[in-house]
Design a protein around this ligand. Sequence first.
Ligand code: UN1
Length: 515
Amino acid sequence: MITIADQFGIKSALEILGIEAINEGTSTGANNFANGKIIESYSPADGVLIAKVRASTKEDYEKTMQKASEAFIEWRLVPAPRRGDVVRQMGDELRKFKEPLGKLVSYEMGKSLQEGYGEVQEMIDICDFAVGLSRQLYGLTMHSERPQHRMYEQYHPIGTVGIISAFNFPVAVWSWNAMIAWVCGDVAIWKPSSKVPLCGIACQNIIKTVLKRNNVPEGVSCLVTGNESGDLINNDKRISLVSFTGSTRIGRHVSKTVAERFGNTILELGGNNAIIVSQHADISMVLVGAVFGAVGTAGQRCTSTRRLIIHESVYDKTIGVLKNAYSQLQIGNPLDENNHVGPLIDKGAVQEYLNAIEIAKKEGGKIIVEGGVVEGEGYESGCYVKPCIIEAENHFDIVQSETFAPILYVMKYSTIEEAIALQNGVPQGLSSSIFTNSMREMELFLSQSGSDCGIANVNIGTSGAEIGGAFGGEKETGGGRESGSDAWKAYMRRQTNTINYGTQLPLAQGIKFDL
Ligand code: UN1
């Protein structure tokens, strides 16, 4: 029988990425001391065991941290543009490995091959961004209130950055953090999700060669595996910044733990993203934005579209168009580019999806497009589900919470103010969007009384943000920002400097203190 792995060249992708030797569950060699218990990585595409890796023990973690701390002493002294040049080479390397790495992302995580490549493209793009940034780590200069004084601020590396990433973006989210951290002069210690450890190892292998070639200590980029490592990072005073992507529930714990020791966090937690479909919307555009937003990545993006808030006058028409589109969705092997919807990450996620549908029904939701588990040939992993649409009310408990699955809740509105209130009426605040050709509605939606989210789009869906902007959200989404714009500032410590080049020592605020 020809397996998916044979058909799509997974074996050779793994070999190219240096993953062939880890079936024994031995140490990965990717600057990762790992002697703990075995983590098995199964593909949700076909349920096949891809490889085994070992988790890091407490001692392994300690050794890794030691290397990171030593590397920081050296790396922080390398001029930022030179650090940028190293990151530029990482981008070049990622270009070379785009195909095998994109395939591995698709096979290990279950997102479509196109999206797997898209993730690697995001990594390449953030490298390019970081290279430019390495010459733009600007601070301001200020005019002092005192004569012959000069004031300015400068940014210094913050130290070690702990990156705890989620399964759904197994490589890109790490790169948004790591590439920026590196040009800032920090070192990174990465704990990938235990559901996708191979992606982490592959990335380490790719960049390891660049570090070596440039005589950069390999502790600049460390990897730790296994869930215990997450809490070691959170509690470790040597880690100045923890960038965590995951659920609000775990994020709350990370936030408290790191705050307790006065560490900094960037939290990228749950979303509950809505699209407002106005009577002035171009419905053909809504279709692409809403369907990709709701079913792309099988609804497992934190930016996935969870709610459609539709004007009552175009409600029936929009639902009709959606029903038609959903009936044409191809569900199946994510590596096969004919398919639109791949599997959920594991059977646990399938159960959560089923539970959410049951709860929605109990709360009074009306099924518009039926969900369910897909069974039969090609679906042996048990992780494939049908994207479904449920007519619901915003206040339902299930609508207020994030289910990482392709469930779309639809609801009606009559005034734009009401639509905005519904869109904001959830605990999360990541991404939001309006489809409208009305300039008034658009501006209202983007105004201070409009969307309360970190991302607000017009005539674009809620998912698929570009790396150039600061990515993150408000409220229970955690308030962090990473990736583009000036998100780099979180990876550095700011120092305000005042220099007196005169011969007197006047005090600020005109205070007299004569001796
Ligand atoms: C996430 O789901 O954790 O905007 C990140 C997007 C992607 C990133 C999502 N660029 O959909």
